[in-house]
Design a protein around this ligand. Structure first.
Ligand SMILES: Nc1ncnc2c1ncn2[C@@H]1O[C@H](COP(=O)(O)OP(=O)(O)OP(=O)(O)O)[C@@H](O)[C@H]1O
Length: 224
């Protein structure tokens, strides 16, 4: 399983009081499965992604990423997991401004020791950005930058892809195209995808929808 979450509880300091942000959260995501994570602002979506990425320590419960338990895992194990097993896509792209598109795409794969030029090129072609390989990020549109970020993320052949409102900065038309490409590439690479979104129409394109509300994670119907 790319992702298993078992009975996760997470407490935060809210001013002077402590508050349970996540309670008894459990979730399984299978290879190639695309799952939407929805919920009101402040419900804990980004915190949950950060816990899955090993960026915040687990307090109670367990998260397994491709079989590796995160609770009590050391820094070396967690950073290896972030390089080799999972990849993240952010709303603000997080491209390196001093590197051209080609080097941005290959950056994570090189760090993971998995750089494969033909794979990077094929991702760029599939995303329609192969004519931009020698361009720099500040000359690209938002949609083009996010396509570069998607190619960079998939370049490591991650088992699990975490995306935090990846099209939050794009207009509807552009957003739909980028999401279609992301879903199709995640499926063809057998990468599981967990995507935070506020958009009901984007969530409706995914295999499953989960909502965080009052600390609890519940599956919603995909009907709409
Ligand atoms: N380390 C922390 N210490 C204290 N409070 C925190 C911490 N991390 C997150 N919070 C609080 O937890 C709540 C959830 O934050 P989070 O960013 O996870 O929500 P979200 O669902 O992603 O929201 P949005 O949709 O607005 O991005 C917020 O009230 C936030 O202020």
């Amino acid at each position: 399983m790319p992702l298993t979450i078992h009975n996760l509880n997470h407490q935060i300091h809210d001013g002077h009081i402590e508050r349970w942000l996540l309670t008894r959260v459990s979730l399984n995501i299978a290879p190639g499965e695309c799952v939407a994570l929805t919920g009101d602002s402040g419900s804990g979506k980004t915190t949950l992604l950060n816990l899955i990425a090993g960026l915040e320590p687990l307090q109670q419960g367990q998260i397994y990423v491709a079989g590796q338990g995160l609770r009590h895992a050391g820094d070396k194990t967690l950073s290896q997991l972030r390089r080799q097993t999972l990849a993240m896509i952010f709303q603000h792209y997080n491209l390196l401004s001093s590197l051209n598109v080609s080097d941005n795409i290959s950056f994570s794969a090189r760090l993971a020791g998995r750089y494969d030029q033909s794979h990077s090129l094929s991702l760029a072609r599939n995303l329609g950005i192969d004519h931009l390989l020698d361009h720099y990020p500040d000359t690209l549109s938002g949609g083009e930058m996010q396509r570069v970020a998607i190619a960079r993320a998939l370049g490591t052949r991650p088992k699990l892809l975490l995306a935090d409102e990846p099209t939050g900065n794009l207009d509807n038309n552009n957003s739909d195209k980028v999401i279609e490409q992301l879903l199709s590439l995640a499926k063809s690479h057998h990468s599981a995808l967990l995507m935070v979104t506020h958009s009901a129409s984007i969530a409706g394109k995914m295999d499953k929808i989960y909502q965080l509300k009052d600390g609890q994670l519940n599956q919603q119907s995909c009907g709409g």
